[in-house]
Write a protein that binds this ligand. Structure first.
Ligand code: PEP
Ligand code: MG
Length: 315
């Protein structure tokens, strides 16, 4: 059904029973930050940092990075800001990370895999993030993209903590990290599920390829079951589990994700109002019931349909 428009002064995200679900913003660069605050973002759940690097053939200096991060952070002083360290490779190759032709770049040396081979680039980024944090007073958290297992998790967590960063996490977007979430959750301060890549990899369908676009649907029960694994592992380890992929901005799917164990949601700021309203219409018990229906479906379309049918049956 349709939901009420967001009120003028947005309230924090919560379910109908009062369970808090912080609603955070995905930002593509610093210029989006003031609008995100105006739309009620309680913090930043994903600051993508690729924009800084794509402009130049050389890695940006620590000083240049610090200035950009500080601009993005300033509207969020006193709040949590999760920054994802550089996620290139795949479709966006950078000369200073060394690039070779890859037949399947989505399965190649991207994200943390590339940074680990060029640790100086990662160290400069972490140094700049800490400097920007100290200038602006945000609660800085950092996370690594494309983490596959405990070895990669431990590498990133140790490095980021050595810079004095208090909150260090990973994205769960490679299916292996979701399958192994019980091993990874105790190693981190939070996990953020990237449903865009998680869907691409779970369904083995290139997210850039139009001919297989129908597979890129995070309602797919295989994706939802991976989300459930991460949710369960997070709950057991006492670690927050966010979702920062497109799925978090689909109001009904957002309810299902919370039912599967997501404790915070990050999305394009324009979607915050609708998601806030939908969450407010369901209790945690209801979200869990809807999630149980969705994971039992046989396809993405069926998962969506059973959840919609259950809601219209109730109303
Ligand atoms: C994701 O993979 O879901 C994600 C949030 O990151 P990106 O879309 O930048 O890969
Ligand atoms: Mg991703």
């Amino acid at each position: 059904g349709s939901v009420a428009a967001a009120p003028c002064a947005p309230t924090p995200g919560a379910l109908a029973d009062g369970t808090r679900v912080p609603l955070l913003a995905n930002l593509g660069d610093a210029t989006d930050a003031p609008a995100a605050v105006a739309l009620g973002a309680e913090g930043v759940g994903l600051l993508r940092t690729e924009f800084l690097y794509l402009e130049s053939q050389a890695a940006p200096s620590v000083e240049a990075q610090t200035a950009h991060y500080a601009e993005a952070f300033r509207p969020f002083a006193g709040r949590r800001v999760i920054v994802r360290v550089l996620d290139t490779g795949a479709d966006k190759q950078l000369a200073f990370l060394g690039h070779e032709h890859e037949e399947n770049p989505a399965l190649g040396r991207r994200g943390l895999r590339a940074l680990r081979e060029h640790e100086g680039v990662l160290r400069d980024q972490l140094e700049a993030l800490v400097a920007a944090r100290d200038q602006t007073g945000v609660e800085l958290a950092v996370m690594a993209p494309m983490v596959a297992d405990a070895d990669e998790t431990e590498y990133f967590v140790a490095l980021a903590r050595s810079f004095g960063i208090a909150s260090v996490g990973i994205t769960a977007e490679v299916p292996s990290s979701a399958v192994l979430a019980d091993q990874l959750a105790p190693l981190v301060d939070f996990i953020s599920i990237g449903t865009n890549d998680l869907t691409q990899y779970a369904l083995a369908a290139d997210r850039m390829l139009g001919t297989v676009a129908a597979y890129q649907d995070p309602w797919h029960p295989a994706v939802l079951r991976l989300v459930r694994l991460v949710g369960q592992a997070g709950a057991e380890a006492g670690v927050p589990v966010g979702v920062c992929g497109e799925a978090a901005g689909d109001p009904l799917l957002a309810v299902v994700l919370v039912g599967l164990g997501a404790t915070e949601l990050s999305m394009s700021p324009a979607l915050l109002g609708e998601v806030r309203a939908e969450l407010g219409a369901h209790t945690l018990a209801e979200a869990r019931e809807l999630a149980a229906l969705a994971v039992g479906a046989r396809s993405a379309a069926e998962a969506r349909a059973v959840v919609e049918a259950e809601l219209s049956r109730r109303s």
